[in-house]
Design a protein around this ligand. Structure first.
Ligand code: CP
Length: 303
């Protein structure tokens, strides 16, 4: 694995290896790199969870973080994203994390740069590290993926999280369904569609999505959305006792999900965020190890 740009390039074995490495890191910790290494975090779109958890992951690994604010950079003078990224590589970054509104940006940089590129979200494309932390959360719950019924519910058409998760979960043998407003389904993902009532009753995992208002061509009102397509208290009561609620966040409380369910006993939303640090450490370690940068960690299978 040279870059981490899309879930479509990963086999089931590689996905499971990353989930296991993240779990090992979370349980046992990991020693930091001894040599001086720099991580460049290029966020061209707002972020709280992804950016902050990459920063924590990088610091835990002993990397120095080159923080980047597009609005205070030479991007404002017209510098391209490629020239910006190439500049950070030239200055000495060992790994580059990028979030960009344009689909395909991380993939384009991966083809052109010598250092590992990690996709932290490319428009409506993919969000593979979010997917990895979601996989980790599901595996913690069930210890398997095969045969699980996972419903991805909500604004699927505009969601990079939906795309990465559908790819990876199907690769791992889960049954993936879609639910939500018909206009927001995405035929290219070819997922069987359930009503929200059917989804609530049948799923092992209810994976809700944020309505991506910022990616909609026309402003749509959220009034009535919760009752028609969201997870209401009544629907939550129809869920099986073991079923869990997930959401990548940020959450539109009271729109995709009833406010009171965000921290309900079956909600794993804040667990997902917690898992984001170990998941991102696992990705960075795997990529740097692939470039011959070793450090003193001692999980059985590795050293
Ligand atoms: N889930 C997620 O990507 O959140 P942020 O936009 O806050 O990074």
């Amino acid at each position: 694995m040279k870059h981490f740009v899309s879930m479509k390039h990963l086999s089931a074995a590689e996905l499971l290896q990353l989930v296991q490495l993240a779990a090992d890191i979370q349980a046992q910790g990991v020693s930091a790199y001894r040599q001086q290494l720099f991580a460049a975090n290029l966020f061209f779109e707002p972020s709280t969870r992804t950016k902050m958890s990459f920063t924590v992951a990088e610091r835990k690994l002993g990397l120095e973080v080159l923080d980047f604010a597009a609005e205070a950079s030479s991007v404002t003078k017209g510098e391209t994203v490629y020239d910006t990224a190439k500049t950070l590589q030239s200055i000495g970054a060992s790994v580059l994390v990028i979030r960009h509104p344009e689909e395909g940006t991380a993939g384009m940089l991966a083809e052109k740069l010598d250092i590992p590129v990690i996709n932290a979200g490319d428009g409506k494309g993919e969000h593979p590290t979010q997917c990895l932390l979601d996989l980790m959360t599901i595996y913690q719950e069930y210890g398997r993926f095969n045969g699980l019924k996972v419903v991805i519910a909500g604004d699927i058409r505009h969601s990079r999280v939906a795309r990465s998760n559908a790819l990876a979960l199907q690769q791992l043998g889960a049954q993936v369904f879609a639910a939500g407003k018909p206009e927001w389904m995405d035929a290219s993902m070819d997922l069987p569609v359930l009503s929200m009532d059917e989804a609530a009753a049948q799923c092992d995992v209810m994976m809700l999505l944020r309505i991506q208002f910022e990616r909609h061509d026309k402003k749509e009102a959220a009034a009535g959305y919760l009752e028609e397509y969201g997870l209401t208290k009544a629907r939550e009561k129809r869920m099986q006792p073991h079923s869990i609620i997930m959401h990548p966040a940020p959450v539109n409380r009271g729109i995709e999900i009833d406010d009171s369910l965000v921290e309900a006993p079956r909600s794993r939303i804040f667990r997902q965020m917690e898992n984001g640090v170990a998941a991102r450490m696992a990705v960075i370690l795997t990529l740097l190890e692939g470039r011959g940068m070793q450090r003193g960690y001692n999980f059985d299978k590795r050293e």
